[in-house]
Design a protein around this ligand. Structure first.
Ligand code: HEM
Ligand code: HEM
Length: 180
């Protein structure tokens, strides 16, 4: 019998699932704010959206530092090198998106001189120059990045579910936090 695959650490597991849920919630609220037309709902959605987005940015900073100082468990034994490479590439791109979405979201607002209030508690300082061009470019990038996020999450979650339901190799349990 195969020994059970080495699991991810508890912190990595908690941060992974908090990130996964918050990213999806943030994207849905972002869409609500775009598709409701300047109503009370729009303002509330924008306020919540930017707050969750900035919280996610702090979480990804922490996650990156954690990952750099705590090595991940080795891949499942017998994983073909190409599959490993593909999984790592998707993970790396997810990290890039997790940095780029909050940065472009922030820049789009800050370069227009908008207040960016976080959970109604404090305003973020404006550290980018006031520039209409910068704001428009950042907003456009923010919009396009969402599609990259959807595509990557689809591939990533699809691969995880494929391993779980079709190959049944216990990969999902590594990130599940539950006992085998
Ligand atoms: C919603 C469904 C999701 C499922 C089912 C899922 C599942 C998994 C599994 C099983 C692993 C471990 C892979 C292995 O053992 O090699 C993993 C790793 C990872 N996942 Fe997800 N995931 C989901 C969503 C997300 C989202 C939304 C993000 C980021 C935006 C994300 C980012 C990552 C990253 C970066 C890793 C590599 C480990 C790390 O650096 O923490 N996942 N995921
Ligand atoms: C990982 C975090 C984030 C995700 C997944 C995300 C996702 C999205 C999505 C899907 C939209 C709708 C785009 C469209 O269809 O045009 C949107 C809009 C928007 N996002 Fe984000 N975003 C994130 C972080 C942020 C942050 C940190 C800020 C600002 C500090 C921000 C500011 C905005 C703004 C201003 C809009 C335009 C609509 C509005 O006025 O609310 N986003 N975002």
């Amino acid at each position: 019998m195969q020994p059970p695959a080495e699991k991810f650490g508890r912190v990595t597991i908690i941060v992974h699932w908090v990130t996964a849920i918050s990213v999806l919630v943030s994207a849905i609220i972002g869409l609500v704010s775009v598709y409701t037309n300047d109503t009370e709902t729009t303002r509330l959605a924008t306020a919540v959206h930017q707050s969750i987005g900035i919280a996610l940015f702090v979480l990804v900073l922490f996650r990156t530092a954690w990952r750099l100082t705590h090595p991940l468990p080795p891949p499942l034994p017998g994983t073909p090198p190409m599959q490993n490479f593909a999984a790592n590439a998707v993970h790396a791109l997810l990290y890039v998106i997790l940095f780029a979405l909050p940065i472009t979201g922030y820049t789009g607002l800050a370069a227009r001189g908008r207040d960016i209030t976080i959970f109604g508690l404090f305003d973020l300082p404006h550290i980018v120059p006031l520039s209409r061009t910068l704001s428009v470019n950042a907003q456009n990038l923010h919009m396009y990045l969402q599609y990259a996020l959807y595509a990557l999450v689809l591939v990533h979650a699809g691969a995880a579910l494929y391993h779980h339901y079709i190959i049944k190799d216990g990969l999902m349990r590594r990130m599940w936090g539950l006992r085998a």
